[in-house]
Ligand binder design. Structure first.
Ligand SMILES: Cc1cc2nc3c(=O)[nH]c(=O)nc-3n(C[C@H](O)[C@H](O)[C@H](O)COP(=O)(O)OP(=O)(O)OC[C@H]3O[C@@H](n4cnc5c(N)ncnc54)[C@H](O)[C@@H]3O)c2cc1C
Length: 410
């Protein structure tokens, strides 16, 4: 039987595995390898940072979820892909190396949070990007007595986006930050939290960005809304700030600028997954992101797909694009294996809800101007908060099977 190997265990890999199974049934044997035994709903990690959710409420066990759908699971850390041998090498929990062979491979192991690129991050830095960071932030915030908070994102180590084959250089947009959504979300979630703590009036908040403006992946009109909002909230906005170091009371940029920060909440620099460094080089761009065509097939090895944050194309790095690219890859594979289904066109759009649960509201952003489209909508309402809550519940109920994701916007 045809063997499909899927790497990763969140939006991209799960969507690819579930969709391939749904479309191909018994025609395919699917194994998924993830370095953790569980999956986590990442978009709600800011809730953990404010004590509104526990990490385990955002997680589910991968082995039982996948086996119910007839998909095999291996808990292992992938260390190398050898595309010439159709082989993936991984380490088990005892550090022993194993090999897993495939006919088709879907790589959905995401990007890497380059925390080591910021001096002092481990000692003084805070983040919301993984459960352990969000918990550490909650423990700090609940004891906060007022002072300076800086929130912002690190640099995106994107690669040079060189031209390849028939695809133009500009096919994937250039971005200063990989994903500033969590920065915006934290900036609107924090005030009600600090008010409850009784320290809001004693706190100064600075938002920093490596770009020339905040949220440069959105239209100018959307950014103006955000700038006006920050002004109304009394926030300081510092642009062109490429964070290099975090100290006890301040953060420092590459060019020596300083921002006062008793708490620095940073979306760490985004880099490609380390596995790229030891794998077949032709699979990747110069930063280590997977190079594919519009069906997410590698341009060098056509039995390999890259989906989600691991693909060079997905800019900004968003769950919505991870799910979309994974669906396209599974549809393409189904057609190659004789099941005739429509393959969606990669027509990206930023779709994101910044939740504000303590005020029972949410801000939805739908924007495709980065991709030369004409949509730019920012809507705040209680319904958007409900939509984000539903998305989370849906993810947990279906064990990460985002089959209805495309209808959520409606
Ligand atoms: C705080 C936060 C909030 C966000 N909110 C939103 C939002 O509201 N909407 C939205 O669209 N996007 C949001 N995003 C972005 C979104 O979470 C990511 O784009 C998305 O998670 C990417 O999915 P992925 O499956 O491609 O990669 P990842 O989520 O990074 O998953 C990669 C998986 O591969 C595993 N892995 C990594 N390396 C290895 C290895 N060597 N071997 C085995 N397994 C490995 C990881 O453990 C993980 O399970 C948010 C991001 C953050 C950090």
């Amino acid at each position: 039987m045809t063997k499909l190997l899927v790497l990763g265990g969140r939006f991209a890999a799960l969507t690819a595995a579930y969709t391939a199974k749904r479309l191909l049934g018994n025609k395919i044997d699917i194994t998924l390898i993830n370095d953790k035994p569980y999956a986590v709903f990442r978009p709600n990690l800011p809730h953990v940072a404010l004590g509104l959710a526990k990490p385990e409420e955002l997680e589910f066990d991968l082995k039982s979820a996948l086996s119910r759908k007839g998909i095999n699971f291996i808990n292992g850390k992938v260390v190398r892909i050898d595309a010439n041998k159709n082989a993936v090498y991984y380490l088990d929990s005892n550090g022993k190396e194993h090999i897993e062979r495939y006919d088709y491979l879907i790589v959905g192991f995401g990007a890497k949070l380059g925390v080591e690129k910021i001096k002092g991050f481990n000692k003084y830095g805070y983040s919301v990007c993984e459960p352990e960071y969000a918990l550490k932030l909650y423990n700090r915030l609940k004891e906060f007595k007022g002072g300076n908070i800086a929130i912002g994102s690190g640099v995106f180590y994107q690669g040079s986006l060189r031209k390849r084959g028939k695809y133009p250089e500009s096919w994937a947009p250039k971005a200063d930050s990989a994903c500033e959504g969590p920065v915006f979300e934290m900036s609107i979630m924090l005030p009600p939290f600090l008010k409850r703590l009784g320290v809001y009036n004693k706190t100064h908040i600075t938002i920093f960005t490596p770009g020339s403006d905040i949220l440069t992946d959105l239209s100018e009109s959307a950014r103006r809304l955000v700038r006006d909002l920050y002004k109304k909230m009394g926030y300081e906005l510092v642009t062109d700030f490429r964070i290099k170091e975090i100290r006890e009371k301040e953060i420092i940029s590459e060019d020596g600028k300083k921002i006062k920060a008793d708490i620095a909440i940073v979306l760490p620099p985004y880099e490609a997954n380390d596995v790229a460094k030891s794998s077949t080089p032709e699979l990747f761009d110069d930063a280590g992101f997977g190079l594919t065509d519009e069906h997410m097939r590698s341009i060098s090895y056509d039995n390999i797909y890259f989906v989600g944050d691991a693909n060079q194309l997905t800019v900004p790095k968003l769950g919505a694009l991870a799910v979309f690219t994974a669906r396209i890859a599974a549809e393409d594979l189904a057609n190659r294996l004789g099941v005739n289904v429509k393959i969606e066109s990669y027509d990206p759009k930023i779709y994101c809800i910044a939740d504000n649960p303590l005020e029972n509201t949410g801000v939805e952003v739908v924007d495709n101007t980065l991709f030369n489209g004409g949509i730019s909508r920012v809507t705040e309402s209680k319904a958007k908060h409900m939509a984000k809550s539903m998305l989370y519940k849906y993810f947990i109920w279906t064990k990460g099977d985002m089959a209805l994701d495309q209808y959520f916007e409606q």
